[in-house]
Design a protein around this ligand. Structure first.
Ligand SMILES: [Fe+2]
Length: 200
């Protein structure tokens, strides 16, 4: 992916804290902006993993978990229609809609190497760690006759070491993201397999 530096580090307005977009509205935005079914599925998978991680690992309340879910659901919403302005367009859209700044900040920090925004909160760091791995694991599942059934962590690890497999997935981003959190690659892969396998 090309770099699209956002050139700023503050997103949204603190007076909008707690202003959470209803899930139906987020899904409508996705349907309007993202004709590509596979890309929509990617965002739904990242959303499901983010929500589950927030509830199970970070033990946050439902309302906070909804923020994690929304950030996952919308993080690539502008990618298909605005490839040259990826990230900036969805951020400006959410700012116009007066959405909670934590959600916007999280989306802005999902690719520090591309958008120039460093992940700060746990939610920021986890979307960065989950995003690339989620796509990679889905690619690894798709080439198996039984898809997610029987997909093991060790086979994902093996494929990560093979540069030709899903070559567009940047292994350095995955290592960098992992270095910012206190969970192992194995634990994260296991969690992602479990929580995105049923998403369609
Ligand atoms: Fe993504």
């Amino acid at each position: 992916m090309a770099t699209h530096l956002l050139g700023r580090s503050v997103f949204g307005d603190s007076k909008n804290a707690g202003n959470i977009m209803p899930l139906e509205e987020a899904h409508k935005l996705l349907n309007d902006w993202v004709p590509n079914e596979r890309l929509r599925l990617h965002m739904k998978q990242v959303a499901a993993v983010m929500k589950a991680w927030a509830l199970e690992k970070e033990k946050v309340d439902e309302q906070t978990a909804l923020k994690w879910e929304l950030a996952g659901l919308l993080h690539d919403a502008d990618w298909e229609k605005y490839p040259d302005d990826h990230c900036r367009i969805i951020i400006e859209e959410l700012e116009q809609r007066n959405i909670d700044p934590e959600i916007i900040q999280c989306i802005a920090s999902h690719g520090p190497g591309y958008f120039g925004v460093d992940p700060v909160s746990k939610m920021d760091k986890m979307i960065y760690a989950i995003d690339e791995l989620s796509g990679f694991i889905h690619a690894a599942a798709l080439i198996r006759p039984t898809r997610y059934e029987g997909l093991e962590v060790k086979s994902v690890l093996k494929r990560l070491k093979a540069p030709s497999f899903a070559a567009q997935v940047n292994r350095d981003d995955i290592s960098d993201a992992l270095s910012r959190i206190e969970f192992s690659l194995e634990e994260l892969i296991q969690f992602i397999i479990e929580h995105q396998r049923g998403i369609s």
